[in-house]
Ligand binder design. Sequence first.
Ligand code: IMP
Length: 191
Amino acid sequence: MKKLVFATNNNHKLVEARALLPQYQILSLADIGCFEELPEDQDTLAGNAQQKAEYVFRKFGVDCFADDTGLEVDALGGRPGVYSARYAGPLRSASDNMNKLLEELRGHTDRKAAFKTVIALYLGGALTCFEGAVQGQITDSLKGASGFGYDPVFQPLGYQHTFGQMTEVEKNRLSHRGRALEKMAFFFSEA
Ligand code: IMP
């Protein structure tokens, strides 16, 4: 089976990717002995995804991909966007981030938001990017405990439940990263 490194140690993301790319053995950063924090100081999702993937490709010489995700909230002019991880501070705490978001949106009736993901793939030394997005709204309280990050406050358009109340399979089918991974899977099928 061909090996492909996903430049992450986030177990939720690894489970998502392994479900959508069954033809590959998906390895984590820990699996290849990469324990340092990857550089991620660009001001766009594509810039960060590319920076992380390029770091792993150059240092380890392996086929790999990296993702970067942002939550864009309409009433906040698109914030936190590319700064979603450190929205409430450098600790990158998911509960602090969600509480800050609910606080900032208190009293707002416009709760529209979108998750956006860019995946940067280095395959045979060539770079290709894939994008995925899902529209939805920010709930007024935390709902559910599945998934990670902002999942308990994000309700995708057309659904009555947050990502935090869905199974991994349900979330994968419609999520930003699921859609970007599907595009990458299609790219592999065409290659
Ligand atoms: P990163 O791209 O994984 O660094 O994610 C940026 C921020 O978005 C972090 O706060 C993550 O927890 C959050 N995030 C990324 N993907 C998801 C997701 O699928 N659901 C909820 N939050 C996410």
